[in-house]
Design a protein around this ligand. Structure first.
Ligand code: HSE
Length: 314
């Protein structure tokens, strides 16, 4: 028997304009898993968190991720995963991704690193496929494993690019207590988009990458505009347009839906502005009688790690 405890962080997928191809890593919030391996051929998942997770092991995102890892490793074993701490499912800050990322990261550590980080991203993506209605995407699992800002240059074959993170790069995330499933949020999206929208969107994606490369937080903020997905999803979030106006008024550079929602995030130039944006978001949701959790953080360069390395203040 070998055992390890690992942490994988929460993440903000899409970063506004980069639907399914970009994501960034938060600190101070994430999943903690204990993973034990031994002889045999079985998978057990134990939930020690207050959150309701699927009772059927086949419906847990951890399962396809672990199966993909073990199929590539080529040697069956008994695996017991204990979920000790969990981001609230359906929050829009990579709850499922943190679990599947942590699980494959733990196996890789226990087995002496048979796989690269990129390969781990590929395995963890199988969990995302399960909850999204069939489309594997890595804009949460990528940053959850690698940390920092991650670009998925392509999926066939998978190419993962880690982008530089400017020093002054903060965000406030509000998680309102409403449920929007990834499956539901993807089902409302169109299958095709007009060329003029594509032109706007790829201008923004290019601007975002250039802003990250140059450390130009203002260019990053201007580029975080989503004309493709947001119009179809913003109705899930009460008063979304008004919230954007209010958050920009107090000095945030951009406000967008985090991943599939319902969380929203405000990009800010410093922690003072991010704290202010967080307060505005909290007040906004209170007006609708909706409680929200606010996370204010710099973008962390650290992804999945063993618990000994685990430090919320990084
Ligand atoms: N890129 C994904 C989406 C993130 O927006 O649907 C959520 O898993």
């Amino acid at each position: 028997m070998k055992k390890i405890r690992v942490f994988a962080p929460a993440t903000v997928a899409n970063m506004g304009c980069g639907f399914d191809i970009m994501g960034m890593t938060l600190d101070a919030v994430g999943d903690v898993l204990s993973v034990e391996i031994g002889e045999g051929d079985s998978l057990t998942i134990i939930n020690k968190t207050p959150h309701k997770l699927p009772e059927d092991v086949e419906q847990n995102v951890i399962t396809p991720a672990i199966r993909a890892f073990l199929a590539a490793y080529g040697c069956p074993m008994s695996v017991t995963v204990t979920v000790e701490k969990k981001i609230a499912p359906g929050s829009g800050i990579g709850s499922s991704a943190a679990s599947s990322a942590a699980a494959v990261y733990a196996l890789n550590e226990l087995l002496d690193h048979p796989f690269t980080d990129e390969k781990l991203v590929e395995f963890a993506m199988e969990g995302e496929k399960l909850i999204s209605g069939g489309t594997p995407h890595a804009d949460n699992v990528g940053p959850a494993i690698l940390g920092g800002v991650v670009l998925l240059r392509g999926y066939d074959p998978l190419e993962v690019v880690r982008l530089p993170v400017p020093g002054r790069f903060c965000c406030a995330v509000a998680h309102p207590s409403i449920m929007v499933s990834t499956r539901e949020a993807r089902a409302v999206l169109p299958k095709e988009i007009p060329l003029r929208m594509a032109v706007k969107q790829w201008g923004n994606v290019a601007g975002l990458v250039a802003g990250l490369a140059e450390g130009d937080v203002s260019l990053i903020g201007r580029s975080m505009q989503d004309v493709v997905v947001e119009p179809y999803r913003k109705h899930f979030i009460p008063g979304f347009d008004a919230l954007r106006t209010k958050v920009l008024e107090v000095g945030a550079l951009a406000l967008n839906i985090s991943g599939a929602g319902p969380s929203v995030f405000a990009l800010c130039e410093n922690m003072t502005l991010a704290n202010r944006a967080g307060e505005v978001m909290k007040e906004h949701f209170m007006q609708y009688n909706i409680e929200s959790n606010i996370y204010v953080s710099k973008i962390s360069n650290r992804g999945a790690r063993t618990l000994e390395d685990y430090n919320f203040s990084d």
